[in-house]
Design a protein around this ligand. Structure first.
Ligand code: MP5
Length: 208
């Protein structure tokens, strides 16, 4: 039987916890996160999202006709998100012309490396990356200002619906692939989970 997104989560619950539960996120919820930690995340995540946009463009290029509409809506949302990141950085007087930290660089290189893999593997990675933020920002529970705006961006019902569609699309693509491709999809899922955990840790470890 073909692997599915739900199976990937079920089979790797502990790994997925590591990707979506972190003191950075609970620190936002309790208001104890320090500005240098949050600002490091904000700048590095902007650099990440620019590369993620390029990744989504490549996934779109490989997608079947029936997936174009949802992926186009994802790209449109990213147009808005990049401008939003720029506005949030300006409010905090943060310089977005900052080099990528090693973890961000690794994540960007990983996303670039997906280009040569089968669509089903790329679709699995896309879903996992979005689901990590959809869950991560919701799991601590309602966040106080100024973090509620961030939690809502990735926790709102419309985004949850988009992530569900991405899971269905990945499942559909995986159903039609050989066992080797399904193994690749699992490996990519595990790599996303590890990179997500590292990304939170990178920001959490920031010093003034
Ligand atoms: C996302 C993100 C979600 N912004 N940053 C990381 C490290 N992982 C996942 O992507 P998007 O494009 O912001 O929904």
């Amino acid at each position: 039987m073909a692997i599915t997104c739900a199976h990937l989560i079920q089979d790797h619950l502990t790994v997925w916890e590591g990707a979506t539960v972190h003191p950075f996120l609970s620190g936002c919820q309790t208001g104890t996160i320090r500005p240098e930690q949050f600002n490091t995340w904000l700048v590095q995540d902007y650099l990440f999202v620019k590369e993620f946009t390029r990744m989504l463009g490549r996934v779109l290029a490989a997608a079947p006709d029936s997936h174009l509409d949802s992926l186009l809506s994802g790209l449109e949302a990213l147009k808005d998100e990049l401008l939003w990141f720029q506005a949030k950085a300006a409010e905090r007087q943060l310089d977005l012309n900052t080099p990528r930290q090693a973890t961000c660089q690794q994540y960007c290189e990983f996303m670039a490396s997906l280009a040569t893999l089968p669509y089903a593997v790329q679709a699995t990675a896309l879903w996992a990356i979005e689901y990590a933020y959809n869950q991560g920002w919701q799991r601590p529970g309602p966040m106080p200002q100024p973090y509620s705006e961030f939690a809502d961006r990735w926790g709102n019902p419309g985004f949850t619906e988009y992530v569900n569609i991405l899971a269905q699309q990945a499942d559909m693509a995986l159903a039609a692939t050989a066992p080797e491709v399904q193994q690749q999809a699992q490996a990519v899922f595990l790599r996303v989970a590890a990179l997500e955990a590292d990304f939170w840790q990178m920001a959490f470890g920031a010093t003034a």
